[in-house]
Design a protein around this ligand. Structure first.
Ligand SMILES: N[C@@H](CCC(=O)N[C@@H](CS)C(=O)NCC(=O)O)C(=O)O
Length: 418
């Protein structure tokens, strides 16, 4: 069924019928959009209904589906008359609309997140997707593939992982960028999970930071559910495979395979864009989501009974949203920062007052003390409490570093749940 807006009630987000995310958990692109919806709780709270399109039945090429995406590709996001293609655009739209903390606004932190995202969308994604296709999915479903491409994607993936290991996880953070979970963690998790679930001997342990991070990510709410669904669906297509980059190249040296291999390698750019995988889940119920159409009310109806029904639905949704907001605002963290001055001349008490003057919704300053560093220089150790959904710790640091005449650096001394 398609959802449509009812003019009288389409005045703000609380009155909206759920949006729909069409996808398939075997597709890494789908999971990039899905993971944001899952982690933000949008599927559980019925803001977004997830609907599987089965590649093997050609559901992504049906005339009806081609009307919403002429490319016949997944994922697609539909919210009333707003239709959005491209996995990353959908993931970022969901974060911007419903979970802003996942895409921090502080310019430098956002730039680092973007750096990770662009790398994910290019080098890392092509390598992981190409390996998934050429080493596992295409052989499993009898589609054209190239062992040589599998090897080169495998090597490209090693380079990409070396880069991620070296250039992210600053200050021993458990996250790729900054001190909190961001879309960078989510999108990159999808790519690494794509490989980990189907290549049984893939050695992620050699990348210590990535490997620890991957284990923690796998346990996160929303991430864990998505990863398990993907694993189950992948195993319903074929078991995970051992991959030996040297052996596959030997295999490809057979002259009869050469022409086919070259053709497959030429076709293979972002190989996962071409696949028609197997879908296990059932689809096309409306997820129990109530549409105003289901109430049998007419758009133009203005009798008292109809108005009362609309008002009671509106109150119900508003009540649920208020409770969700109240729960989200209970999650707080304590951040302790060490602020180093430029020199002994800096008036530390005045600096502390300036810092305490920084005001943000969700930020509360707590204790502070001056500690000796060396040669008469003191640093300020100052603590604050942050409402997680409202304030990103990196924003606080960037605000303090704006006092550039006095502040040389800010370092995180501690950051933990309050
Ligand atoms: N750039 C697109 C790629 C989408 C894409 O290629 N999806 C694949 C699944 S991973 C698909 O639907 N393939 C089916 C087809 O091309 O027929 C995105 O990021 O959303």
């Amino acid at each position: 069924m398609s959802f449509k807006y009812v003019p009288e009630i389409a005045k703000g987000p609380i009155e909206r019928t759920p949006a729909t995310l069409y996808g398939n958990p075997v597709s890494n692109h789908s999971r990039i959009a899905q993971i944001v919806a899952e982690v933000a709780g949008l599927i559980d709270n019925k803001t977004v209904a997830f609907k599987v399109k089965d590649f093997s039945k050609g559901e992504n090429k049906s005339p009806e589906f081609l009307k919403i995406n002429p490319l016949g590709r997944l994922p697609v996001f539909v919210d009333g008359d707003f239709v959005l293609h491209e996995s990353r655009a959908i993931g970022l739209y969901l974060a911007n609309s419903y979970a802003r903390h996942l895409y921090p606004e502080a310019p430098k932190t956002r730039a680092r997140v973007d750096q990770a995202l662009f790398y994910e969308a290019t080098a890392l994604g092509f390598a992981a997707g190409g390996l998934f296709w050429n080493a596992w999915l295409a052989p499993a479903i009898g589609a054209p593939h190239s062992p040589a491409a599998a090897k080169s994607k495998y090597l490209e993936l090693q380079t990409a992982l070396q880069y991620v290991e070296k250039c992210f996880f600053h200050e021993s953070s458990e996250f790729l960028v900054g001190l909190t979970l961001t879309v960078a963690d989510l999108f990159i998790f999808v790519q690494i999970d794509t490989v980990m679930q189907v290549i049984s001997n893939f050695n992620l342990a050699q990348y210590k930071k990535i490997s620890n991070w991957y284990k923690l990510m796998q346990r996160r709410e929303g991430v864990s559910k998505l990863s398990k669904t993907f694993g189950t669906m992948a195993r319903s297509i074929a078991p995970p495979k051992e991959f030996d980059p040297e052996a596959v190249v030997e295999e490809e040296k057979a002259p009869a395979d050469e022409a086919a291999a070259e053709e497959a390698a030429a076709e293979e750019t972002d190989a996962t864009e071409e696949f028609s995988g197997e879908a296990a889940a059932e689809e096309e119920d409306d997820g129990g989501n109530l549409s105003i159409d289901d109430l049998g009310l007419d758009d133009d109806e203005d009798d008292e009974e109809t108005k009362a029904l609309l008002a009671s639905k509106k109150d119900l949704v508003k009540g649920i949203q208020e409770r969700q907001q109240a729960n989200a605002e209970k999650a707080k963290s304590n951040l302790t920062l060490d602020v180093k001055p430029f020199d002994t001349e800096t008036d530390m008490l005045a600096l502390e007052q300036k810092i305490r003057g920084i005001e943000m919704d969700g930020l509360k300053w707590l204790g502070g003390q001056l500690l000796d560093v060396a040669y008469g220089i003191k640093k300020l150790r100052i603590m604050c409490q942050l409402v997680d959904v409202k304030v990103n710790p990196d924003t606080v640091r960037e605000e303090i570093e704006k006092f550039e005449d006095e502040v040389q650096s800010t370092d995180v001394f501690a950051f933990q749940m309050a």
